[in-house]
Design a protein around this ligand. Structure first.
Ligand code: ATP
Length: 347
C-alpha cells in the first residue's frame, strides 16, 4: 500500500548541494552534500563524531533549515515544507515515548489514517513485528532500553511513512541484541518496501544493514557506494581507514602491477607512475620462514575466527588477518604475499 506512482528510475529522494552552517564563525557542519535514494533502498551515512550525519538527517526531516541546497521527494521540492508535511518517519537516539501511555496507545497514537475500529488490531500487528505483543499493556518505564527502542520503531512504522530516518537506532542495545535487532529490522524494512536512511559511526553496522554506504568527513559526503565497493575500493585513505584495518602503501605502478616495499602487487586498475595504495589485511597471506630479513610478527590479536597480526619489515608496519588455524609465534619471521588486488587511492 505504498505510493507506487513513480517510475523505477525516479529516485524517492534527491538531495542537491545541501549545506549547513550553525554559526557564522563555525566551519560548515554539512558541506555540499548530494545524493539520490531509490525507493526501498537502505542507505547508511557513516562517519566519525561531528562529521555532520545528524545535521544532514535533521535537514532531511525538516527540523533544521539548510543554508543552501534543495531536497526533493518524488521530484517535488520539499525544502521549505515543515516536518509533518514530508511523510518521513524519524527515530532519534532518545526515541521519546509518551510515558503516560501504554505501548499499544503509543503505537495507535501514530495511526491517524486508520479507521477507529481497526486501530487496536493494526497496532498489535506492528507490535508483533518488533516482538512485543506480550508487552502491549505495559508503560515505557516498565521496559528495557532496547525494548523501548523497538516500540519507538513500531510507532514510526505504524504511521506508514515511505521513508524512515534512523539516528543511531541500535546504540542502546547490547552486542548480541544489536546484531539480531539489526537483522530483523532490515528484513522488516525490506518486507514493507520502506526506504531508510540510517546514521551511524559503526562501520560494521553500516555494512551489514545498508544497501549503500555514504562515508562522511568534515561535513562532506566523500563516497557513496555499495558496502563491498566502499570496502574494497575506498575513494580516499580516510575512507579506507574508517572502514577497517588497512595497509596504506606507496609504490611505482606500471600497467596493472605496482612495485611496493611488499614486492610486486596486482592493482585493481591500470596506472603509470607513483601510486598510493590500500591493501586490506585479509588480502595478505603469511607463510612461516627462517629468513631474518623477512617480516617479524610484533603483535597478535586473537579474534575468534581469525588472528590480526602486526608485522614489521624494513622499518615499516603492516597488518594481516589470517584464519585462526594459521598461527604464527610472536617474534617469528613470515613471508608476506599479496593474494588479491590493492586499490589505488588518489594523491
Ligand atoms: P555524532 O556522531 O557525534 O552525533 P554527527 O556526525 O551526527 O556527530 P553533527 O551532530 O551533525 O555530527 O554535528 C556536526 C557539526 O555541527 C559539529 O561540529 C557540531 O559541533 C556542530 N553542531 C551540531 N549541532 C549544532 C547546533 N545546534 N549548534 C551549533 N553547532 C552544532
Amino acid at each position: 500500500n505504498r505510493v507506487t506512482s513513480q517510475s523505477a528510475t525516479e529516485p524517492l529522494m534527491r538531495v542537491e548541494g545541501l549545506s549547513k552552517r550553525y554559526n557564522l564563525a563555525d566551519d560548515l557542519a554539512v558541506d555540499q552534500v548530494s545524493f539520490e535514494l531509490q525507493s526501498g533502498e537502505i542507505l547508511a551515512l557513516l562517519g566519525p563524531s561531528g562529521c555532520g550525519k545528524t545535521t544532514t538527517l535533521r535537514m532531511l526531516a525538516g527540523f533544521e533549515h539548510p543554508n543552501a541546497g534543495r531536497i526533493y521527494l518524488h521530484n517535488q521540492d520539499v525544502t521549505e515544507l515543515p516536518p509533518q508535511k514530508r511523510n518521513i518517519g524519524i527515530v532519534f537516539q532518545d526515541y521519546a515515548l509518551f510515558p503516560h501511555m501504554t505501548l499499544l496507545r503509543n503505537v495507535t497514537f501514530a495511526m491517524r489514517h486508520v479507521p477507529k475500529e481497526e486501530l487496536t488490531a493494526k497496532a498489535m500487528e506492528w507490535l508483533k513485528l518488533v516482538g512485543l505483543t506480550d508487552y502491549a499493556k505495559r508503560y515505557p518505564h516498565e521496559l528495557s532500553g532496547g525494548q523501548q527502542q523497538r516500540v519507538a520503531l513500531a510507532r514510526t512504522l505504524a504511521a506508514e511513512p515511505e521513508l524512515v530516518l534512523l539516528d543511531e537506532p541500535f546504540s542502546n542495545l547490547d552486542a548480541a541484541l544489536r546484531e539480531t535487532t539489526r537483522k530483523e529490522m532490515r528484513e522488516l524494512f525490506k518486507k514493507a518496501g520502506t526506504s531508510v536512511i540510517l546514521v551511524t559511526h559503526d562501520q560494521a553496522e553500516a555494512m551489514t544493514f545498508a544497501d549503500k554506504v555514504g562515508v562522511m568527513q568534515q561535513g562532506k559526503l566523500i563516497q557513496l557506494d555499495t558496502p563491498q565497493e566502499v570496502y574494497q575500493n575506498p575513494a580516499t585513505a580516510f575512507v579506507a581507514k574508517f572502514l577497517g584495518h588497512t595497509n596504506l602503501l606507496h609504490g611505482q605502478a606500471c600497467g596493472n602491477l605496482a612495485h611496493t616495499p611488499l614486492g610486486t602487487i596486482n592493482l585493481n586498475n591500470t596506472f603509470e607512475g607513483e601510486v598510493h595504495l590500500s591493501l586490506r589485511p585479509e588480502n595478505l597471506t603469511l607463510t612461516a620462514c627462517n629468513n631474518p630479513k623477512a617480516a617479524k610478527v610484533i603483535d597478535r590479536q586473537f579474534r575468534g575466527h581469525d588472528y590480526l597480526y602486526v608485522l614489521e619489515q624494513d622499518g615499516l608496519q603492516y597488518c594481516a588477518i589470517t584464519p585462526s588455524h594459521n598461527y604464527f609465534e610472536l617474534d617469528s619471521h613470515v613471508a608476506i604475499q599479496s593474494a588479491r588486488c590493492a586499490s589505488i587511492l588518489p594523491d
